[in-house]
Design a protein around this ligand. Structure first.
Ligand code: GLN
Length: 480
C-alpha cells in the first residue's frame, strides 16, 4: 500500500477501483500506530474511520455516487470541532471537552465523503509556532525528530509530511498553517479572510484568522479549498464571490509581476534561505514572470502590532473559560466565585497566561493609546502599503520563514526571538490577504518553504502561481 500518493491520486484510484478506501484508511491507521510514537502528531485517532471507508467502497461497488473526497483520510487540528469528538485546543482547560456540533469545514468535507482519522497537535489555543506549547507534549519534525515541526498547526504539517493522512486542516492567525508547512516541506494555505467559514473553529484572534488546508501538492490544496470555501450563514464574516480553484490551476505565470519584499528577505535571513529565495526568483523569471524588489516599510512593526492585537482578542475570547460554561471537573467546595474562577483558570499553560495578561494590559484605559490603538494604526498603514503594492504587482514573494527549522527547546525560553520568527507571515493576516507556503528546498534535513501572497480574492491566481513554482522543484523524500 503506497501511502505517499497525493489526495487527487487517491481520489482517482478509489473512483476507478484501483485503490480500496478501506485498505488505504486501515493502512493509514496502522502507519500512524507505527510512526506516531516518534512524531506525536496525533492527540486522538479515530478507529471508526475504517468502517466509514468500507461504506465508501460499498457505495462505489454498487454504482452509487460518492463525494469528491471518497474516503480520503484527513487529520484535523484540535481547535476545529467535530461532533461527538474531543476538541482540546491542546489545553488542559478543554481536556475533556466534546464538541456538540461540526465546524462548517468539517460538514463540507463530510458531505464530500472525507474520512477523519483523528485530531492533531498544536500549540495551546494556537498560540505559538513550534507546538512546544501543547499541554500534551510537542510534536517532532518527520525530517529530523530533533527539530520542531513548526506551529501552531505542527501536528497537521507533521501528519501530512509523515504520510499519516493525505491532507490536514489547520488554522492560521499569524502563520500557523504556513510556518509548519514550511518546516515540514508540505504545502500550507491561508485563504483570503472570509473565504472559509470559521464556524466551529475555536477563536484565538478571530478578526484575522482563517482555517486553511495543508497537503502534499498545490493541486491538492486547491482541491480542498474548493470543498471548504464559500459563504456560510453561521459566519457572517464569510464573503461571496470566491471562484473555483482547481480548474485553471495550470494557467502559468507568464507576464505576471512579482514583488520581492525587501523587509522579508534582508537582514536576519539565514544564508541558505536567502540563496533559496534567489533561486526561486530566477525560476519564476524563467517561467515568464518579472520580479522586482518592493519595500513595505510597516513590515518592521508588523510583529509588534500583531502580538498587541492578537493578545487583546485572545484576552476577550478566552474569558469564556471560567469552568462554568466550559471546563473540567473541579469541585466548588471551599471557593467563593472569584477564587473558584482563578483556580479553574490556572489550568492554562504559561504561554496562554502570558498572552492573556498582555491582552488585559494593552487595551486597558490608561494604555490603549500607547499600545492597542497604535497597533491598529500600524495595521491600517500596512494594509494601505500592501494595497499599493498590489496596484503594481500581481504577487509578492518572500521565504515563508527567514530561518531554517530549529531544534526543539532552542527558543522556548525566549519569547521575543520566537515572536520574530513570524515576521514574514503576519502581514497576510493583518491585511486579510491570501498566502501560501510552497516546499522549495531542503538544506541538510531542514526544509525551506517559499511564500507567495496575492491580493484579496485573488486566491485562484495565487494557487496558479504556486503550482507553476512547484513544478520547478524536485525535492528529496522525507527520510522516515
Ligand atoms: N506564532 C503566532 C502566535 O503565536 C501565530 C499563531 C497562529 O497563527 N495561530 O500567535
Amino acid at each position: 500500500m503506497n501511502l505517499r500518493i497525493s489526495a487527487l491520486e487517491y481520489a482517482e484510484g478509489v473512483q476507478n477501483g484501483s485503490i480500496s478506501a478501506e485498505d488505504f484508511v486501515a493502512g493509514t491507521l496502522e502507519h500512524i500506530a507505527k510512526v506516531d510514537e516518534k512524531i506525536h502528531a496525533f492527540l486522538s485517532v479515530y478507529d471508526g474511520a475504517v468502517d466509514r471507508a468500507r461504506d465508501i467502497d460499498k457505495k462505489i461497488r454498487s454504482g452509487e455516487k460518492v463525494g469528491a473526497c471518497c474516503g480520503m483520510p484527513i487529520s484535523v487540528k484540535d481547535n476545529i470541532c467535530i461532533r461527538g469528538e474531543k476538541t482540546t485546543c491542546a489545553s488542559k482547560m478543554l481536556e475533556d471537552y466534546v464538541s456538540p456540533y461540526d465546524a462548517t469545514v468539517i460538514s463540507r468535507l463530510r458531505d464530500e465523503d472525507a474520512v477523519f482519522v483523528g485530531k492533531v497537535n498544536m500549540d495551546e489555543f494556537a498560540m505559538g509556532l513550534t507546538t512546544e506549547f501543547s499541554a500534551f507534549g510537542p510534536s517532532y519534525n518527520p525530517w529530523d525528530t530533533s527539530l520542531t515541526p513548526g506551529g501552531s498547526s505542527g501536528g497537521s504539517a507533521a501528519s501530512v509530511s509523515a504520510f499519516e493522512c493525505v491532507a490536514s486542516l489547520g488554522s492560521d492567525t499569524g502563520g500557523s498553517v504556513r510556518n509548519p508547512a514550511s518546516f515540514c516541506s508540505v504545502v500550507g494555505y491561508k485563504p483570503t479572510y472570509g473565504l472559509v467559514s470559521r464556524y466551529g473553529l475555536i477563536s484565538y484572534a478571530n478578526s484575522i484568522e482563517q482555517i486553511g488546508p495543508l497537503a502534499r501538492t498545490v493541486k491538492d490544496t486547491a482541491f480542498l479549498l474548493d470543498v471548504i470555501a464559500g459563504p456560510d450563514p453561521h459566519d457572517n464574516t464569510t464573503v461571496k464571490g470566491g471562484g473555483r480553484y482547481l480548474p485553471g490551476i495550470e494557467s502559468g505565470i507568464e507576464g505576471k509581476k512579482i514583488g520581492i519584499v525587501s523587509e522579508m528577505t534582508g537582514e536576519g535571513t539565514d544564508p541558505a534561505v536567502a540563496s533559496a529565495t534567489s533561486d526561486a526568483i530566477s525560476r519564476l523569471e524563467g517561467l515568464g514572470a518579472t520580479c522586482e524588489t518592493v519595500s513595505l516599510d510597516m513590515v518592521k512593526y508588523s510583529v509588534a502590532a500583531y502580538y498587541t492585537i492578537t493578545a487583546t482578542e485572545a484576552g476577550s475570547n478566552l474569558a469564556r473559560y471560567d469552568n462554568l460554561r466550559y471546563g473540567y471537573d473541579l469541585g466548588v467546595e471551599g471557593y467563593e466565585f472569584n477564587s473558584y474562577v482563578e483556580k479553574a483558570r490556572s489550568r492554562f499553560g504559561p504561554e496562554v497566561i502570558r498572552r492573556m495578561i498582555l491582552g488585559g494590559f494593552v487595551p486597558s484605559a490608561g494604555h490603549a493609546g500607547r499600545y492597542f490603538l497604535k497597533a491598529l494604526k500600524i495595521k491600517s498603514k500596512l494594509a494601505r502599503e500592501v494595497g499599493g503594492a498590489f496596484e503594481k504587482f500581481d504577487l509578492l514573494l518572500s521565504p515563508t520563514v527567514p530561518m531554517l527549522p530549529f531544534e526543539i527547546g532552542a527558543k522556548i525560553d525566549d519569547p521575543v526571538s520566537l515572536f520574530l520568527v513570524d515576521i514574514n507571515t503576519v502581514t497576510a493576516n493583518l491585511t486579510g490577504r491570501p498566502a501560501i507556503s510552497v516546499p522549495f528546498a531542503v538544506s541538510g534535513k531542514r526544509p525551506i518553504g517559499m511564500q507567495l501572497m496575492a491580493d484579496s480574492m485573488c486566491d485562484a491566481e495565487l494557487l496558479q502561481a504556486a503550482f507553476a513554482l512547484e513544478q520547478t522543484v524536485r525535492l528529496p523524500e522525507v527520510p522516515l
